[in-house]
Design a protein. Structure first.
Length: 402
């Protein structure tokens, strides 16, 4: 008994039947004696459809208006779910992000939650209502609606759980937990009973969309234990929490794939100090996040620098690099969008040599060529041709889990 935050993703509320199913789960939790705050996403593909509608009218529409448009999807979901809960005979209120007290930074499309003013949430809970909150959205200092980036409802849920000191934060979705690889792609992926924040954060950042990476970051910061579970089957899911001694230390906890990548190569720049600094400081000044970086050994006084960025930032990155290279003649910039990043994540690799070799062997056996490699204590990523990505994930998963 206590306060439980439950988040339901787009497929969990995709149609009337699914909305009634969610109402059932929520009211059962309430009937068991808990206060319940529910966070919902837009139904099914609504957000994608809204984006397409906006682009149809004006591909260069402002980010402010895109946020106004995209946030509408969640408004539909909260009203429908509240009506479903009313139908089951329970007291309920639906709230948009701003009504629930979400104050955000100003960056449209990628706003950060600054604070939640919990007064309204507390009042509604105090009046014994189930509260249904629109995920993914807040209000900035200009009193404008902002959104938190794709998949941002997970973060809305964790933020409420942290701010309200909830006893539980459950993320309901269309799979029954976190697996060693996307269970829709790898049929023998294994469900994990638990996973540490750090491993989940890496997996989420490297492409496992089951949880949004910012939500995991926030859960770790405020020590909110998460459970990822299915809205369609009643069974325990995966617990995401701080590492402890009792946890089974897996060598590898998962394989992830990210196709939202562009590789940019700057060919033939001068082999002298300061070139990397000049390129990457310009990119940083424009908030472009650079991921893997590879610099060739200098030859005949020139060298090549390659790096990856999110696909959506590729064009902007190229423009910035062009502005730099135009001041130094004869340089070539090559962009490759047909790439994918495949990664393995696991806390156990820190203390076990040979993990990288095993991954590379699997890729070699599958005849997949590696373009770039990046490592940290708990992850190894390779950049490969996008057409090879699914084969690579299958081969790597088989090498570690079969
Ligand atoms: P929601 O709409 O509920 O937020 P998402 O589509 O964002 O759901 O995330 C759930 C999806 O994440 C699953 O359908 C699954 O295909 C995908 N996924 C990718 N990697 C993993 C993984 N390692 N474990 C579980 N699901 C994963
Ligand atoms: N509806 C938003 C999206 O599709 C937010 C979310 O699903 O979490 O990205
Ligand atoms: Mg999601």
């Amino acid at each position: 008994m206590g306060l439980i935050v439950q988040k339901f993703g787009g497929s969990s509320v995709a149609n009337a039947e699914r909305v009634m199913n969610v109402a059932q789960i929520v009211t059962e939790t309430y009937k068991a004696g808990n206060d319940v705050i529910v966070v919902v996403s837009a139904q099914g593909d609504t957000t994608d459809d809204l984006i397409a509608k906006g682009k149809e009218i004006n591909p260069a529409g402002s980010k402010r208006e895109m946020d106004m448009l995209m946030s509408a999807g969640e408004q539909i979901s909260i009203a429908l779910l509240a009506m479903a809960i009313e139908k089951l005979g329970f007291r309920v209120v639906s709230l948009l992000g701003w009504q629930a007290g979400f104050e955000s930074s100003s960056v449209y499309g990628a706003a950060r939650i600054k604070r939640i003013n919990c007064d309204r949430l507390r009042t509604e809970i105090g009046q014994h209502r189930i509260v249904v909150v629109a995920g993914f959205q807040g209000l900035n200092k200009y009193d404008d609606i902002t959104t938190f980036g794709r998949g941002g409802s997970d973060t809305s849920a964790v933020a409420i759980a942290a701010a309200m000191h909830a006893d539980k934060c459950q993320i309901y979705t269309d799979v029954d937990g976190v697996y060693t690889a996307d269970p829709r792609k790898i049929s023998n992926a294994v469900k994990l009973d638990e996973i540490t924040y750090d491993e989940m954060l890496e997996l989420a950042t490297l492409g496992a969309q089951v949880l949004n990476n910012r939500s995991v970051e926030m859960a770790k910061k405020y020590n909110v234990e998460l459970e990822v579970l299915s809205s369609l089957e009643r069974k325990p899911g995966t617990i995401v929490k701080e590492a402890n001694n009792k946890m089974e230390r897996m060598l590898i906890s998962g394989v992830a794939k990210d196709t939202d990548v562009s590789r940019i190569s700057v060919i033939g720049v001068a082999d002298e100090p300061g070139i990397a600094f000049k390129i990457f400081s310009r990119l940083a000044a424009k908030h472009i996040n650079v991921d893997i970086i590879l610099q060739s050994v200098g030859r005949e006084n020139t060298k090549d620098i390659s790096f990856t960025v999110a696909r959506g930032q590729g064009d902007e990155a190229v423009e910035i690099v062009k502005q730099f290279t135009s001041s130094v003649s004869g340089k070539d910039i090559v962009v490759d969008n047909n790439v994918a990043k495949v990664s393995i994540v696991g806390a156990g690799m820190e203390s076990h040599p040979g993990v990288a070799a095993k991954m590379f062997e699997a890729l070699y056996n599958a005849r997949v060529n590696i373009q770039m490699i990046a490592t940290s204590e708990i992850k190894i990523s390779v950049l490969i041709n996008q057409d090879d990505a699914d084969r690579a994930v299958t081969a790597i998963h088989a090498a570690f889990f079969d």
